[in-house]
Each structure stands twice: as C-alpha cells, then as structure tokens.
Design a binder for this molecule. Structure first.
Ligand SMILES: CC(C)(COP(=O)(O)OP(=O)(O)OC[C@H]1O[C@@H](n2cnc3c(N)ncnc32)[C@H](O)[C@@H]1OP(=O)(O)O)[C@@H](O)C(=O)NCCC(=O)NCCS
Length: 154
C-alpha cells in the first residue's frame, strides 16, 4: 500500500496502539489458548490494553519487539515479536478493522522478517487454534505449521 510506513513502535504510539490492542484482546479472550499466548509475553490473563501498549511501545528491548504500521500519520497496525534463543517469534499482529486485506499485516511481518534476517535468526510465529484469519495471513507469507503444541488442564 502506497504511503504505508512500517517502523519500530515508540512512546508516542502508545495511545493508538492501546486501541488496537484492546480490540485484539477482546478477540483473544474468545479464542482457546488466549491466556497461554499472553503468558509468552510474560503477562497475565488480566493484562490491561494500556499496560500491554506500554510494554509494546517501551522502545528497543532485548526481549520484546514492537512494530507499527502508520498511514497518514495514524497507527493502523501493530505487530509484537519476542526474542528467543535462535528465533524471533511473532506473537501478535493486529490491523484496524476498516483497513484489513490491504497488506498491512503482511508489511508488518516483512519488517520483522528483515529484523530476523539482520540478526541471523529464524522468523517464527504463533497463532491461536481458532484464529483462521491470522493463520491465513502467515500462510500467505510462506509460513507453514511445523508443530502443534497441545496442553491439558489438571
Ligand atoms: C490477521 C490480520 C492481522 C491480517 O491483517 P491484514 O492486513 O488484513 O492482512 P493482509 O492484507 O496482509 O493479508 C495477506 C493475505 O493473508 C490472507 N488473509 C488475510 N486475511 C484473511 C481473511 N480474513 N480470510 C482469508 N485470508 C486472509 C490472504 O491470503 C491475504 O491476501 P489477499 O488479500 O491478497 O487474499 C487482521 O485480520 C487482524 O488484525 N485480525 C485480528 C487478529 C486478532 O486480533 N487476533 C486475536 C488474537 S492475537
């Protein structure tokens, strides 16, 4: 999409990122595995959109990487990845509802792919079992499921 800028998130993005995260969290809580996904970010089930937005926009960190997509000075998408020993793992991508299917999610993944390649690590991604849209986006970007992780509550 012309005029789309994808860049690391910063403090100035917190307010808009919070709105996107609030929408994403509402959906996440309807999907199986949502709590486990939040755990990978080191936050609990009750994490607030504001707290998550602050964590994602805190600037360069060793463990979490936030990227935003900006269109006409407005943040319209956000992606979050966590650094693991041999890979960068995308744990969330969210795009404003009115702007979906315009390759914004794909542009965010491409940007994180660039970071992974610069750092010489693999780019991986996680998706919730019921989140077909996210899986479709990753598959369209060439990702293939390699491992399904199952768990049981005891
Ligand atoms: C998943 C998401 C990030 C995709 O962002 P997007 O900018 O709309 O995706 P793109 O335009 O880059 O899509 C690229 C490709 O992915 C696939 N895709 C994306 N959305 C799709 C959908 N709804 N259905 C089927 N395929 C889809 C298509 O192959 C698409 O290419 P095409 O439009 O040429 O067919 C967006 O739908 C979103 O934010 N969803 C909510 C995710 C969420 O909140 N999950 C909660 C738990 S974290």
């Amino acid at each position: 999409m012309a005029d789309l800028e994808v860049r690391p998130s910063s403090d100035a993005d917190i307010e808009r990122v919070e709105l996107l995260i609030a929408d994403g969290l509402a959906r996440l809580h309807t999907l199986r595995g949502g709590g486990a996904l939040l755990e990978t970010l080191g936050v609990g089930d009750d994490a607030s959109p504001a707290a998550l937005a602050r964590a994602v926009c805190a600037g360069p960190r060793d463990d979490v990487l936030g990227y935003v997509a900006v269109l006409e000075a407005a943040v319209v998408g956000v992606a979050v990845a966590v650094r693991e020993p041999r890979c960068l793992t995308v744990v969330g991508v969210h795009v404003a509802r009115s702007l979906r299917r315009r390759r914004i999610g794909s542009a965010l993944i491409d940007a994180l792919g660039g970071v992974a390649s610069t750092e010489g690590v693999r780019l991986e991604a996680v998706a919730l079992p019921g989140d077909q849209t996210t899986k479709s986006m990753f598959e369209a970007a060439g990702f293939r499921a390699r491992l399904l992780r199952l768990s049981v509550e005891r």
